[in-house]
Design a binder for this molecule. Structure first.
Ligand SMILES: C[S@@+](CC[C@H](N)C(=O)[O-])C[C@H]1O[C@@H](n2cnc3c(N)ncnc32)[C@H](O)[C@@H]1O
Length: 279
């Protein structure tokens, strides 16, 4: 029993040292990520490489430049899909878009956009609502590899059936196939959709605010952070939004118990859509 406790504790110390090392060596700060998630992912990598400890993994990370990229992929879960949680998009269309239409020019920030499926989904929605032309979209993620995929807008054809279904449930107005061209086993989304999208690297833990944004969509990212970091990141969102701006979070995320809770009104509690108060 004592032995088990000690090895668990040692592992926790090793993780702390590793995360400090990663921050110093590569500038990525994972210290306030959900520790259970980080531990699970690191131990999985230790096992798959047949290493005996996290300290051995640390040695490999610090001494083999390219290996850090593998760990970055391990620690950033990039699962996403088009019109993910379609009712979120349906509510966005019904409750938020009519207000956004009253602005002459719009800025939207997708934080943690992964490989871009969410961004193209919103671009399609804006196009159908006549807003795409006057919107600047910033699509950011801290993982450079996913940003490169997002820029291309090419996805496996095997997922199109599911995406078409999501699009319809989300209130899509046309045929989903209007927006892409199929090529062998992939589809490429129309380049017109990305005319007003800037894809860029941005780390929510260490980078700055985006000024004067009308809508921030940051879905399924905060769940990987501990409470303190969630709190800091939602403050960053609050500072980035204009008064009267909107914030959309993931279904398991919310503003409750954060310092900015009183600065927002709930637009839809199930879809986690918030409106920044004007006063
Ligand atoms: C599960 S995906 C969510 C993708 C998309 N928003 C969605 O809901 O389908 C989480 C994304 O957050 C990104 N991420 C994690 N930590 C981040 C950070 N500190 N700054 C920016 N992006 C981060 C990951 O790289 C990953 O692409």
């Amino acid at each position: 029993m004592v032995k088990e406790f000690n090895s668990d504790r040692t592992e926790d110390i090793e993780i702390e040292l590793l995360l400090e090392g990663i921050l110093k060596r590569f500038g990525y700060d994972f210290r306030e990520y959900n520790r259970a998630h980080v531990k699970r992912r690191l131990l999985h990598r230790v096992a798959s490489l047949h290493l005996s400890s996290i300290s051995q993994l640390q040695h490999k990370i610090l001494h083999e430049d390219l290996f850090f990229q593998v760990i970055l992929q391990d620690l950033s879960i990039n699962v996403t899909e088009m019109f993910r949680d379609p009712t979120f998009y349906k509510t966005l269309r019904a409750e938020v878009i009519p207000i956004l239409k009253t602005y002459p020019y719009l800025k939207i920030w997708h934080a943690g956009c992964s490989t871009g499926e969410e961004v193209y989904s919103v671009a399609i929605l804006l196009l159908e609502e006549g807003l795409l032309e006057r919107t600047q979209i910033y699509a950011t993620d801290f993982n450079p590899q996913v940003i490169e995929v997002a820029k291309k807008g090419i996805y496996p054809v095997s997922r199109i059936k599911e995406y078409t279904y999501n699009y319809q449930v989300a209130g899509g107005k046309h045929s989903f196939s209007n927006y892409y061209t199929a090529r062998y086993d992939s589809v490429i989304f129309d380049s017109d959709l990305k005319k007003n999208i800037v894809f860029a690297e941005h780390n929510l833990v260490t980078d700055h605010v985006f000024a004067e944004v009308n809508l921030i969509i940051c879905r399924n990212v905060l769940i990987y952070f501990n409470k303190q970091l969630q709190n800091r990141v939602v403050k960053l969102f609050n500072e980035s939004l204009i008064k009267g701006g909107y914030l959309g979070l993931g279904s398991k995320e919310n503003l409750m118990f954060t310092d900015v809770f009183d600065a927002f009104e709930i637009v839809d509690s199930k879809e986690k859509i918030y409106h920044k108060k004007v006063q």
